[in-house]
Ligand binder design. Structure first.
Ligand code: NOJ
Length: 557
């Protein structure tokens, strides 16, 4: 398998709005990130993925960009960016930008022009269609509720927006659009950034016939309907030639709706498209079909089946990215672990072990390394995310869910769970801001915060440091092949990694029970060494009771 620096790296995702506020306006900013680079260095990560910092009216917190070459005022200036980039590089940290080019903001000058008239030079930068039978051109739904089409009176036509009404989709079939995007990417590469995380890149190429899709609970087809469209690979290969081949970048495609076969094209080892993809199948194991608003608990067997399919399916062919969290997902310890009392730290460490010992590039989302939890939002007024707010109104007004029921689902699954301010210390507002934070601080910050955990050897933070260190020291963690054991076990996730004569056995208990576990054939207790575990002893026996949320990594060479 070809070695690459980005296969050997650990990426840390910063959601700048919620990371660190330096000027007391309640919103995180670039100077705040600059202040905290040493924290990231201490953790041991190699790469920072910055969620969007570009100029934006913030309908979707920066994922609606009105100028790709300017910094959002609330986050600072271009000088602040340059300073932060230089300071990161001085510390050996790379910076990966969020590239949001499936759509722009409706306040981007291209769209302002485009909607003016049918013969405007920018008209074909976006996707305009006439009504069909007096209605929207098809039944595609927006990711954030309602139709994906909005009627625009000026020219009596609809434009497509797979996300909010303020995020019109760019028309990638127009070569001018592609050239604009490539120029802009080159401009950022000239600045010295180290790669791109590509927002919903699997959606950029639309089937120009715009066929209807299968309707979901709200009556519309999923926003993923156009995923992996007819020209997506052609366009990414063109992007590789016109931009990415210039530099040794890390590129990761956010590929909603990606299948294994498609992923092999996006992230094939031949390097023609991207370094790796984010797939989302393991984020759907606790969904109800395409509806994420449910109390459904995951069945560990489903999780194992999905992750194993991706581990085995891409091995030797393409490259996985590994994640439990990002700014669109609830907190993993609340979702797949146990965020109450004694089990919070144990289960956060267990989840980390399970993920970081797999093959692929691990992503740590800010606060995950502390075991930050979902937040106790009380009412709909506590939420800021348009996805959550729109879904609440749409589904309660349509009578699909009662208000209390919907609030319960939001507390479990809302994206805002990941967006509460980073918990730095036990001072007011968790040390995030001296002003009024833009979204509530999780009241558990006095107990869960970076300062306390950095000083404690058995903290979740210290455990992450150790996992990251192990990956750096042992090639088997990066390149070893993966094999699942006990696929039908409902509590234990057990797998092995192998590289040459070296082998690892990873045992993770996803439950509060203490199931019996027998070392697999060929694994003799006397020959094993314990690399890491979340209980403070080193028992290795042929037959072991695996304690609640225990994680254990044993090596044999
Ligand atoms: C995916 C991003 O991760 C999400 O936060 C955003 O709302 C949509 N794409 C639209 O850009």
């Amino acid at each position: 398998m070809e070695k690459k620096w980005w296969k050997e790296s650990v990426v840390y995702q910063i959601y700048p709005r919620s990371f660190k506020d330096s000027n007391g306006d309640g919103i995180g900013d670039l100077k705040g990130i600059l202040e905290k680079l040493d924290y990231l260095k201490e953790l041991g990560v190699d790469v920072i993925w910055l969620s969007p910092v570009y100029q934006s009216p913030n309908d979707d917190n920066g994922y609606d960009i009105s100028d790709y070459r300017a910094i959002m005022e609330e986050f600072g200036t271009m000088e602040d960016f340059d300073q932060m980039l230089a300071a990161a590089h001085e510390r050996g940290l790379k910076i990966v930008m969020d590239l949001v080019v499936n759509h722009t903001s409706d306040e981007h000058p291209w769209f302002v022009e485009s909607r003016k008239s049918k013969d405007n030079p920018y008209r074909d930068y976006y996707i305009w269609r006439p009504a069909k039978d007096g209605k929207e051109p098809n039944n595609w739904g927006s990711c954030f509720s309602g139709s994906a089409w909005l009627y625009d009176e000026t020219t009596d036509m609809y434009f497509l927006h797979l996300f909010s009404k303020k995020q019109p989709d760019l028309n990638w079939d127009n070569p001018k659009v592609r050239d604009e995007v490539y120029d802009m990417m080159n401009w950022w590469l000239d600045k010295g950034v180290d790669g791109f995380r590509m927002d919903v890149i699997s959606l950029i190429s639309k089937n120009q016939e715009f066929p209807d899709g299968t309707a979901g609970v709200n009556g519309y087809a999923s926003f993923n309907e156009p995923a992996n469209g007819p020209h997506v690979h052609e366009y990414l290969q063109e992007m590789r030639e016109k931009v990415l081949d210039r530099a040794d970048t890390l590129t990761v495609g956010e590929c909603s709706g990606v299948t294994l076969e498609e992923a092999k094209k996006y992230a094939r080892n031949d390097g023609k498209e991207l370094s790796m993809v984010f797939q989302f199948e393991h984020m759907d194991v606790d969904a109800d079909g395409t509806n994420k608003w449910t109390d459904k608990k995951m069945d560990l067997r489903d999780m194992k089946a999905v992750l194993t399919k991706w581990q085995k399916g891409l091995e030797g062919v393409a490259w996985n990215s590994l994640f439990w969290e990002n700014h669109d997902q609830p907190r993993s310890v609340s979702r797949f672990g146990n965020d109450s009392g004694e089990y919070r730290e144990l289960s956060a460490k267990m989840l980390a072990t399970c993920l970081h010992m797999m093959q692929g590039t691990p992503y740590v989302y800010q606060g995950e390394e502390l075991g930050m939890t979902n937040a106790p939002f009380q009412s709909i007024e506590d939420f800021r995310d348009l996805d959550s707010i729109n879904a609440y109104h749409e589904l309660t007004e349509q009578g699909v869910f009662e208000k209390e029921e919907m609030l319960r689902y939001l507390r479990r699954k809302s994206r805002d769970n990941a967006r509460t301010p980073f918990q730095w210390d036990s001072t007011p507002n968790a040390g995030f801001t001296e002003g009024e934070p833009w979204i509530m601080v999780n009241p558990n910050y006095k107990e869960i915060n970076a300062k306390e955990q950095m000083a404690r050897e058995d903290s979740v933070f210290s455990y992450y440091k150790e996992l990251i260190r192990l990956r750096k020291e042992h090639e088997i963690v990066v390149y070893g092949s993966y094999e699942l054991l006990l696929p039908e076990d409902k509590e234990l996730y057990v797998y092995t990694r192998s590289l040459g004569a070296e082998k690892l056995l990873i045992v993770c208990n996803f439950s509060e029970n203490s199931p019996e576990f027998f070392l697999p054939e060929g694994w003799e207790a006397e020959k094993l060494q314990r690399w890491i575990g979340n209980y403070p002893d080193d028992r290795i026996e042929k037959e072991m009771q695996i304690r609640p949320y225990e994680a254990l990594v044993l090596s044999m060479s």
